[in-house]
Write a protein that binds this ligand. Sequence first.
Ligand code: FAD
Length: 290
Amino acid sequence: MQVPAPFQYERATSVEHALTLLAQYGPESRVVAGGHSLLPMMKLRLAQPEALIDINDLTELASISVDGDHLSIGAMVRHAQLLDSAVAGEHFPILRDAERVIADPVVRNRGTVGGSLCQADPSEDLSAAFAALRAELVIQGPDGRRTVGVREFFSGPYQTVLADGELLVEIRVPIRSHASAYEKVERRAGDWAVVAVGAVLDVAGSTVVEAGIGLAAVGAENFVGVAAEDYLRGGPVTDERFIEAGRIAAEHCNPTADQRGPVDFKRHLTGELTARALRRAAARARGQEA
Ligand SMILES: Cc1cc2nc3c(=O)[nH]c(=O)nc-3n(C[C@H](O)[C@H](O)[C@H](O)COP(=O)(O)OP(=O)(O)OC[C@H]3O[C@@H](n4cnc5c(N)ncnc54)[C@H](O)[C@@H]3O)c2cc1C
């Protein structure tokens, strides 16, 4: 049986308390949210924190609400809660699409939005979805709060710009008149993505004002298809351009061969899923799909 190395355990009662505990235990401490990524790593001894700071009692980080022109999602919101949120689904169908295909109900009932982003797994669906949406992340540390664009939050696979002693507390998504969709291919229901693509389209008349392309599991820097976004911006909303944007996204990503498939297959999927996600987002913009 795999068991973690010994560690201290503390249960935080507030954000301030969690920050105090992180400062007290120092750089070898880690917060635990849903534990779905951290605990398996500890059992495999890939992570050996000396202290675990449990943040599951931080109810102040567990709500979803509209705050001015942003949707505010607390870092401790569970996947299931985001999936069921009418306000999130109404403004950002991409989040509902993505949550439907993240793992299974057991994982979704426990795993958190904040934990998913902080884990920075290159295959994480929400990282790609929030990157397409250009979300902002609110980080709290001993010196107060700072806000970082999600595209600047990731500093490499499994790495973020979070410093020791800091907590991700909130995800803020600008509410705009855009449409969005998420497409994923998995080997079986509930599996991690072979490839997944999120698309956000801000359309005026028949012109794309702004586009967001989020890519998971294909080695895209910061989970973003920048070249495809640049191509789409300012052009007409046509199927030919969606197919070309897919070709560009496929050309500029950097997938690796693994048990989920060879590089060519993943590039092909990237192109196809990008075009599909853009088509669905465009249909939603026209009011032809919920
Ligand atoms: C069987 C299985 C299948 C899965 N399938 C998918 C899938 O298809 N798609 C997908 O996207 N994901 C999938 N996941 C991952 C799932 O989404 C987890 O919820 C996610 O990886 C981590 O969330 P968590 O709350 O469990 O984080 P934890 O495991 O508690 O923490 C992960 C990391 O983030 C840090 N952390 C957590 N919260 C904060 C915070 N607020 N501030 C600072 N640091 C923090 C922790 O210290 C740790 O380093 C799967 C997981 C499992 C177990």
